[in-house]
Design a protein around this ligand. Structure first.
Ligand SMILES: [Mg+2]
Length: 202
C-alpha cells in the first residue's frame, strides 16, 4: 500500500506496472474546456465536435482554444472522470499504478496536477506521479491513454507493453491493444480496463 503511511514507497515488482494518463482518462478536462471556448465563440461545442486530437484543427476551432489551458487553476479544479477513482483504488492493489501526464504550457499546471492527485487519488503515493512530455521514454506493462499519438509512440518504444485507449471521436484513428467502450459510458470503460489488466492483458 502506498502513500497513506510514511514516505516509503514500496514497489512490488511481481505486479504489473500501469501508467495512467490524467486528462481525458482520470480527469475531465474536455467539459470545462469546451464550455469556456464555446462561451467565447458563442457556440455550444461537444466532444463529438472534436474529431482530431489537435484541437485547433477541428471545424470551428482555432489557436485561441489554447488560451484556456494557460489560465491558473484549470487543472486543479478538474472533476474526476466517473469510475476512475474507484478503478484506480482497485488497480493500486493489483498493480503498480503510476500517473503519467504531460503538463500544459502553463508551468503552474505541474503543481496543480500534483495537488489534484493528492486530493483525488490520495492512495497513490506522491512519488508515483510522472510529469513529462515524452511518455514513450517511460517504461511500463500498460499505458492507459486517450491520445492517439501517445498510444502509437509508446507502443513503438514498449513493444512488450499493452496500450489501453478510452474511446473518443478524436482517437478513432489509433490501434491500441485494447479499446474500451465509448467515453460516454466512463464507468463501463473503467470496468473494462480493470478486467483487461487483472486478466493479464488478454
Ligand atoms: Mg490525455
Amino acid at each position: 500500500m502506498g502513500g497513506m503511511s510514511g514516505d516509503w514507497d514500496e514497489v512490488d515488482m511481481s505486479k504489473p506496472l500501469v501508467l495512467v494518463d490524467m486528462d481525458g482518462v482520470c480527469a475531465d478536462l474536455m467539459t470545462p474546456w469546451l464550455l469556456a471556448y464555446g462561451s467565447r465563440k458563442n457556440r455550444l461545442f461537444t466532444v463529438e465536435d472534436v474529431r482530431n486530437f489537435k484541437m485547433e484543427t477541428n471545424a470551428g476551432f482555432d489557436d485561441g482554444v489554447y488560451e484556456f489551458l494557460r489560465r491558473d487553476g484549470v487543472f486543479a479544479d478538474l472533476r474526476p472522470i466517473p469510475g476512475a477513482v474507484q478503478a484506480l483504488r482497485h488497480l493500486n492493489d493489483t498493480a503498480n499504478v503510476y500517473i503519467c501526464s504531460t503538463p500544459s504550457r502553463n508551468p503552474a499546471s505541474a503543481t496543480e496536477k500534483l495537488r489534484w492527485c493528492g486530493r483525488h487519488l490520495p492512495f497513490i503515493h506522491r512519488r508515483r506521479l510522472i510529469l513529462c512530455a515524452r511518455k514513450d521514454l517511460v517504461r511500463g506493462d500498460y499505458l492507459i491513454e486517450d491520445s492517439p499519438d501517445n498510444v502509437r509512440d509508446w507502443a513503438l518504444a514498449n513493444p512488450q507493453g499493452k496500450t489501453i485507449l478510452i474511446d473518443y471521436p478524436y482517437n478513432a484513428c489509433a490501434s491500441p491493444s485494447y479499446r474500451t467502450c465509448s467515453y460516454q459510458k466512463p464507468e463501463q470503460a473503467w470496468d473494462e480496463i480493470v478486467a483487461f489488466i487483472d486478466g493479464g492483458g488478454r
